[in-house]
Design a binder for this molecule. Structure first.
Ligand SMILES: Cc1ncc(COP(=O)(O)O)c(C=O)c1O
Length: 389
């Protein structure tokens, strides 16, 4: 018997990054020397302070439902963090904690997007935004930034607007390009939001991972008057290497947070109590770990950039943040990114993610959240592959 599947579910594409990672795992399981550069997660262990806080929460019996939107101690830690880091003040009722930034974004989009609403999104963009907008029956209007240094330019942004546009999703530091938006870009986006009455979902999950002279800014630092139309998204996954704990959070206008809270109460209830306490341990005590890991990512990035610089046929912009290199393969003999990724995986056992998954065909994403040895061996295989074409 064939079960009837909803139209909504039929429209969802599986996550392309997960698809590459699982093919790479299969090849590895059958004995091939696979090197995977597809991961969207740091390879470090979680900070000791997080693990200790989790153990202690279990020992204290913190194993029950918590307040739906998060334990007060975690909300306080998040509020203090935002005050100290960005000078932004948020009350507990303006904060919600969920099962990862992905869930918090899902709830935000469900709360902010109605049928046929349009949401502007600079591309290359993280895979899940568009799917989540579609699940909400909205339309993502993607603008290409490949010709403007992976930063949106005002004419393109304005051209993307229509009477149906309700908001924009901004992600800086960016996955997959590593671009970090400067003050002028953020001011421009804020200006567009202000004059067209739009909301901004500002996903800054990679904010602790910036390199060289780059500085991460929260959009409210350049446009504080937009506090009532900006929803900030963050979490412990990337900064603290805590992807498996599943804790993300949002800070924003009380009414939006309250609606997200209602929605979460019906779809998931509170995120794991143990993970919430682990996150308190991380946010309050793991500052040193964050900085030492950031420095290690910067070291690996520099090695990767210098090695890639020796590979003919490819080019890339220097990524200032996150842990990805976004490589232009249009100058190689395989300009099609999906074909490039399939062949380099099958022939050289190197797993990369096609740019198509980020609405940027002709590019491939290489994560450097892996050892220096893997980076050296991986680039050498990619070089051999391109030379063999
Ligand atoms: C831009 C961006 N936002 C959100 C997320 C989701 O993070 P989490 O693991 O907390 O759900 C990711 C994870 O890859 C991401 O790259």
């Amino acid at each position: 018997m064939k079960l009837k599947i909803s139209k909504r579910a039929e429209k969802i594409s599986p996550s392309a990054t997960f698809a590459v990672a699982s093919l790479a795992r299969e090849l590895k399981a059958s004995g091939h020397p696979v090197l995977s550069f597809s991961a969207g997660e740091p390879d470090f262990s979680s900070p000791k302070s997080a693990i200790d806080a989790a153990h202690s929460a279990i020992d204290r019996g913190e194993t029950h439902y918590t307040a739906n939107s998060g334990v007060p101690e975690l909300k306080r830690a998040i509020a203090d963090y935002y005050k100290n880091r960005f000078g932004l003040e948020y009350a507990p009722k303006e904060i919600i904690v969920s099962g990862g930034a992905k869930q918090v974004l899902y709830e935000a989009i469900q709360v902010l997007v109605d049928d046929s609403d349009e949401v502007m999104l600079p591309a290359p963009a993280w895979v899940s935004y568009v799917e989540q907008i579609q699940i909400a029956h909205g339309n993502a209007v993607v603008i290409d930034t490949a010709d403007t240094g992976f930063v949106p330019a005002k004419p393109e942004v304005e051209r993307a607007l229509s009477s149906k546009t309700v908001g924009m999703i901004i992600n800086s530091p960016n996955n997959p390009t590593g671009a970090v938006y400067g003050a002028r870009t953020l001011e421009m986006l804020a200006d567009v939001a202000r004059s067209n009455d739009l909301w901004i979902v500002y996903d800054e999950i990679y904010e602790r991972l910036v390199y060289g002279g780059a500085k991460h800014l929260n959009i409210l630092q350049v446009a504080p008057d937009l506090r009532d139309r900006v929803l900030i998204i963050n979490g412990v996954s990337k900064a603290y290497s805590m992807t498996g704990w599943r804790i993300g959070y949002a800070l924003g206008p009380g009414e939006v947070i309250a609606r997200m809270d209602d929605m979460q109460s019906h779809m998931a209830s509170n995120p794991s109590s143990i993970s919430q306490w682990a996150s308190v341990g991380a946010i309050v005590q793991a500052e040193d770990d964050v900085e030492s890991r950031r420095a290690e990512f910067e070291r690996r990035r520099d090695i990767l950039l210098s090695l890639l610089g020796e590979v003919k046929g490819i080019s890339l912009a220097c990524p200032d943040g996150a842990f990805y290199a976004f490589i232009d393969v249009r100058g190689t003999k395989i300009p099609d990114d999906k074909e490039f990724c399939r062949r380099v995986l099958e022939e050289k056992y190197v797993a990369l993610v096609p740019g198509d998954a980020f609405f940027a065909p002709g590019f491939v994403r290489m994560s450097y959240a892996c050892s220096e040895g893997d980076i050296r061996e991986g680039v050498s295989r990619v070089k051999e592959f391109i030379e063999s074409l």
